[in-house]
Design a protein around this ligand. Structure first.
Ligand code: M6R
Length: 609
């Protein structure tokens, strides 16, 4: 996730306005920053790695000349957070500058084609193909307008994008386009703005136009014109008045970052489906070669590892050992060796316990693989291969969207490994790949239909003293994650364990009205799970079930239920089944009057052991 901004002013300097807008977008990414303006027919650029304030201190982002320009604050996806990879990116002539938020899936093919035509690339980004493609289009047809050249260019792009393009060819315009990355326009009497998000221009205007997927917009001193990318036809849309306070604006109208991030999951899952296949394959190859594989992480990332161990076992017949990072050195530090591989999972890539495990593994010559949301983090620097999970910055202390993205990446790696090892048929592969592709829509549907239900259940159980979270098989990982969410933000002591363990001790806690959350996908564990539900009911427990739509048998046993669409394969089930639990935890925290974004005693990134 990155932030883009652009403005065409009737008069005055664009640079300080771009700088201020980028500060408002900093929550979208902050590993590098850049600006480009047009002045006297020349493109002027400043960019560097580092946070906006750091870069401003060195380069002064306010003194670029010109009344028109674009800016970018970056969250690295392709290419490390270095000056050369910072936006704007330019063509060979240095006359076209582009800022981009999104992922161009076919950039490798496009880059090769452009290199064959003599284009020289400077960065490792996917974005850089865009200015070169525009340049190539104009070279082939010099009479084209900048707008038509951008139209032709974006028609060749696969993936997601919100772009803003400026060029010395038409120095009074910004051409923007959108597909699956947000883009909004702001207007007032003195200027027109484009941005990834409304807060960027909210101090300047509250009149905004939301740009839809497949649309292009031209900003000029005359205002803005929207066209459809498919057929260039003009779209008429009037600005809307935005009545958000600046506080609400940063959260896009949501009361908390956590709720915003829960709602972002469909978009994040779509992004994880755009990962470069090469890295997924590489990771699968390393796992295939390993004599023993440890999956090492803390907290929510550990729960992703736990679920992944079922995926690797069930799909690829590979035994892996999920280990809580703070125990790794004690438990395996002496035995880990050159034949061991540790797949380390960390949203931040900076968790001290996780990095300590990595250090131990490296000292003993084991192979370290990484999965993280922070490109440029320590984990990316010490891993033999790493995958960036593309979730965008997560501000809420409770991990939500990063968990479901981690699971999606792991499922993709497990599928590739299964294929490599010949453990799944082509039909099975196709079936699972199709189900994985549909998960963003499934999660969207769950959020739409179950949020109200979660709210009601939270209201009813807000005074409960303790909760159980139970599942069997891969759903025990979902249970652990549901329990962690409820404990960390609603401060409700909760216990999770594989449901089969109840009668080995914990069931002694159960008495009339004791709430027990059961995760009940229709998989091979269903019959025994129903037995576990019966055991709890017999002792007076209140059953809250997360069930498949239409599962009347479990619905009848449950006091409350939240539903998930039908037909989710077992190995993918933690992704949709955790969503009602995230919502339940969120609304429990609200009911109890706690701020879910900043739970007491916790930090987003735990950099001490
Ligand atoms: O950045 P990491 O994924 O390494 O963080 C691990 C845990 O600290 C983190 O998941 C923590 O448990 C969250 N508060 C869970 O919501």
């Amino acid at each position: 996730m990155c932030g883009i901004f652009g403005c065409v002013l009737n008069d005055g300097n664009a640079a300080p306005i771009i700088h201020a807008a980028l500060k408002k977008l900093e929550y979208r990414g902050y590993d590098s920053v850049g600006e480009a303006t047009l002045h006297n027919g020349e493109l002027c650029i400043k960019k560097d790695q580092g946070k906006i304030d750091e870069v401003h201190k060195i380069h002064n982002l306010d003194d670029l000349p010109g009344n028109l320009g674009v800016g970018h604050t970056r969250w690295a996806t392709h290419g490390a957070p270095l000056e050369v990879n910072a936006h704007p990116h330019v063509d060979c002539s240095g006359g076209i500058a582009v800022v981009h938020n999104g992922i161009i899936e076919n950039f490798v093919e496009l880059k090769l084609e452009l290199e064959n035509h003599g284009h020289v690339f400077k960065s490792k980004t996917d974005t850089e193909v865009i200015p070169h493609l525009i340049e190539e289009t104009l070279k082939a047809n010099p009479s084209l307008s900048l707008t038509d050249a951008v139209l032709e260019t974006v028609r060749k792009l696969d993936g997601s994008y919100a772009i803003a393009v400026i060029s010395t060819k038409e120095p009074d315009k910004i051409v923007c386009a959108r597909y699956e990355s947000p883009l909004v326009i702001g207007v007032n009497e003195n200027a027109v703005y484009c941005a990834s998000d409304i807060p960027a221009f909210l101090p300047l205007t509250n009149r905004a136009v939301i740009i839809e997927d497949g649309e292009l917009v031209v900003l000029s001193p005359e205002g803005f014109e929207i066209r459809k990318i498919a057929d260039s036809s003009v779209v008429v849309r009037e600005p809307k008045l935005i009545d958000w306070t600046p506080q609400m604006a940063v959260k896009q109208g949501y009361p908390h970052f956590m709720l915003k991030e829960i709602h972002e999951q469909p978009a994040c899952l779509r992004n994880t489906l755009r990962l470069q296949e090469h890295y997924l394959d590489l990771m699968a190859t390393f796992l295939d070669r390993a004599r023993e594989v440890f999956l090492v992480a803390c907290g929510t990332s550990y729960h992703a590892c736990l679920a992944a161990s079922y995926m690797f076992s069930k799909l690829a017949f590979l035994a892996t050992y999920p280990v809580i990072a703070s125990e790794f050195v004690e438990q395996h530090g002496k035995s880990v060796n050159i034949d061991s591989t540790i797949l380390t999972v960390s949203q931040s890539g900076e968790t001290a316990d996780t990095l300590a495990s990595v250090n131990c593994a490296r000292e003993r010559a084991a192979t370290v693989l990484g999965l993280t949301n922070a490109i440029g983090s320590t984990l990316t620097r010490v891993s033999r291969v790493y995958i960036g999970q593309q979730s965008g910055p997560e501000i809420g202390v409770a991990a939500t969207k990063t968990f479901t993205s981690q699971l999606s990446v792991m499922a993709q790696v497990a599928l590739r490994l299964a294929k490599k090892r010949g453990k799944v048929s082509q039909d099975e592969m196709d079936f699972l790949a199709e189900k994985l592709d549909k998960l963003p829509d499934t999660v969207e549907a769950i959020i739409q239909t179950q949020e109200e239900k979660a709210k009601q259940i939270a209201k009813k159980y807000k005074d409960a003293k303790t909760f159980f979270f139970l599942g069997r098989g891969i759903s025990s990982a979902t249970a652990y994650e549901g329990r962690l969410k409820l404990m960390e933000i609603a401060y409700v002591p909760s216990i999770a364990f594989p449901a089969g363990e109840s009668k080995h001790g914990p069931i002694s806690l159960v008495e009339q009205g004791f709430p027990v959350v059961f995760i009940c996908p229709k998989d091979g564990t269903r019959r025994t799970l129903i037995g576990n539900i019966m055991e709890m009911k017999a002792r007076g427990a209140s059953i809250i079930a997360v069930v498949e739509e239409g599962d009347e048998e479990i619905k009848k046993l449950a006091d409350e239920y939240m539903e998930v669409p039908k037909g989710i394969p077992e190995v993918l089930s933690p992704i949709p089944y955790v969503v009602p639990l995230q919502l339940l935890a969120y609304y429990m925290a609200i009911e109890k009057g706690h701020n879910p974004d900043t739970p007491r005693n916790l930090a987003k990134s735990v950099t001490v052991k």
